[in-house]
Ligand binder design. Structure first.
Ligand code: SAM
Length: 233
């Protein structure tokens, strides 16, 4: 799978993709992450990428031409056939379901906004979907892009053990059950007996109960969603 990320701050991506699982996925050629500097298609002598907003108001707006030129030069004929995602505080909330959907794509482009935002014509005529990583405002879309690439990449077959994926938070609509490892007693705190019993069916039942209870306490909205989904089946 290939990601093309468009940004005016390529340096931000030094780090998130250079360690651990993503680094190994790149080395194993399971994923290819290309970072493109929008400024290479900046306007005029100063390679400017922004301008003041029509109608007045605070801040600057990312201009349409550098974005269209940058994305067009990289995607070429593929433009129109693949998702072009804009990181946006007003986009669809990013979820595990969206990550799963996107992990099936062979190639995805992600645009990182900056300043007050992006000229509306980019949103209307270049972008296919806007995605938000949460109800807060970031200074730019780079960290949001890194979050999405991380969540999508770990779902690509071969990147991590498929058994790990199957039982995680959000995979089955519940939060994950608690984990313990050695030592079985630490500072007087012990591991639940059931996990030491070797009784796999009982352990599975305990984990399901824990996951359901944790979800009920912390995210009752997820339980409601799951119940609706089950009723619809
Ligand atoms: N004025 C914009 C608004 O009210 O929605 C916020 C602009 S923000 C300072 C600059 C850029 O950061 C946005 O264009 C977007 O690309 C990115 N961004 C900010 N918050 C985000 C979020 N919650 N999820 C994804 N991207 C975000």
């Amino acid at each position: 799978m290939r990601f093309d990320i468009f940004t005016i701050f390529p340096g931000i991506f030094q780090g998130p993709f250079d360690e651990s699982i993503i680094k190994r996925a790149i080395a194993a050629e399971l994923v290819d992450i290309q970072i493109h500097d929008i400024r290479e298609h900046g306007m005029g002598r100063h390679r400017s990428v922004d301008d003041t907003p029509y109608g007045g108001g605070p801040g600057m707006v990312m201009a349409a031409p550098p974005l269209f030129d940058s994305v067009g030069s990289v995607l070429g004929d593929a433009l129109g056939t693949l998702p072009v995602i804009l990181t946006s505080a007003s986009g669809d909330p990013f979820t595990q379901v969206i990550a799963e959907e996107l992990s099936l794509e062979p190639r995805i482009a992600i645009l990182c906004g900056r300043y007050e935002g992006i000229d509306q014509r980019v949103r209307d005529h270049l972008v296919t979907r806007e995605i938000s990583i949460g109800d807060y405002v970031l200074t730019g879309g780079e960290l949001a892009a890194a979050v999405m690439v991380d969540a999508i990449t770990r779902l690509i077959p071969g990147v991590i053990d498929s058994e790990s994926l199957a039982e995680e938070s959000h995979t089955a609509g519940l939060l994950e059950y608690p984990h313990y490892t050695r030592p079985n007693e630490y500072r007087g705190w012990t591991v639940p007996d059931i996990l030491l019993s070797g009784h796999h069916a009982k352990i599975a039942e305990w984990r399901m109960k824990q996951a359901t209870e944790l979800t009920r306490q912390r995210r009752p909205d997820l339980l409601d969603k799951l119940n609706h989904h089950l009723k619809d089946l």
